[in-house]
Design a protein around this ligand. Structure first.
Ligand code: IMP
Ligand code: MG
Length: 185
């Protein structure tokens, strides 16, 4: 049986996103920004974050998948994310980001493989500025040295679902962020 335990409530998420929106607004000095959300996990976070900034803002989506990446059960039967594979682009942005103020929006920064891949790709567009906003950060799992400019919550090494995050495409519509336990391999 899967077990779900609330880690971060929707009220806590809403309050933190309001703060992040103000931070981004302050840092952007009234310049327009373009948010680039990473499908599918960041879709819900992006939709709330863009409404928390007081800026001229547009958004795009980008899609990636990791070769060999799949939900897996760890030795202790805790669900985990096997993201040892290489990252591959499944959907590109629909416009050039050249000269734009880009904010990449991620659901969770884990090993850093995805973000490292996307940062290199998007810097190739020669944006005016490049920042990263992630709702969640699991620094203990990092394999590549990369950090976000805006972090919603730093969490321990647990597998979480809800508010956009999934386990085998399930649970994305939970309003709270929950720790998922008890998944068999
Ligand atoms: P990274 O490349 O290892 O940083 O992986 C980031 C991606 O792995 C995220 O965008 C998620 O899709 C997935 N991921 C990592 N940890 C979790 C988790 O706890 N729950 C759900 N998805 C996760
Ligand atoms: Mg993701």
């Amino acid at each position: 049986m899967h077990g779900l335990k609330i880690l971060i409530t929707h009220e806590q998420i809403a309050a933190r996103i309001a703060d992040m929106g103000q931070e981004i607004t302050r840092d952007s000095a009234a310049e327009p920004v373009i948010f680039v959300g990473v499908l599918k996990g960041a879709a819900i976070f992006l939709s709330d974050l863009i409404r928390a900034v007081e800026l001229e803002a547009t958004f795009e989506f980008i899609g990636v998948s990791s070769y060999g990446s799949r939900p897996a059960a760890g030795a202790d039967q805790k669900p985990t994310w096997d993201s040892t594979g290489e990252v591959r682009l499944t959907k590109d942005v629909d416009q050039s980001l050249r000269g734009k103020n880009v904010i990449l929006v991620e659901d969770i920064l884990d090993t850093g493989l995805t973000l490292t891949f996307l940062k290199r790709l998007l810097l190739g567009h020669q944006p005016k500025s490049f920042r990263v906003a992630t709702l969640l950060d699991k620094p203990s799992r990092r394999k590549l040295a990369i950090e976000a400019d805006y972090v919603g919550f730093t969490i321990p090494d647990d597998f979480v679902v809800g508010y956009g995050l999934d386990y085998a495409e399930q649970y994305r519509n939970l309003p709270d962020i929950c720790v998922l336990s008890g998944v068999q391999a």
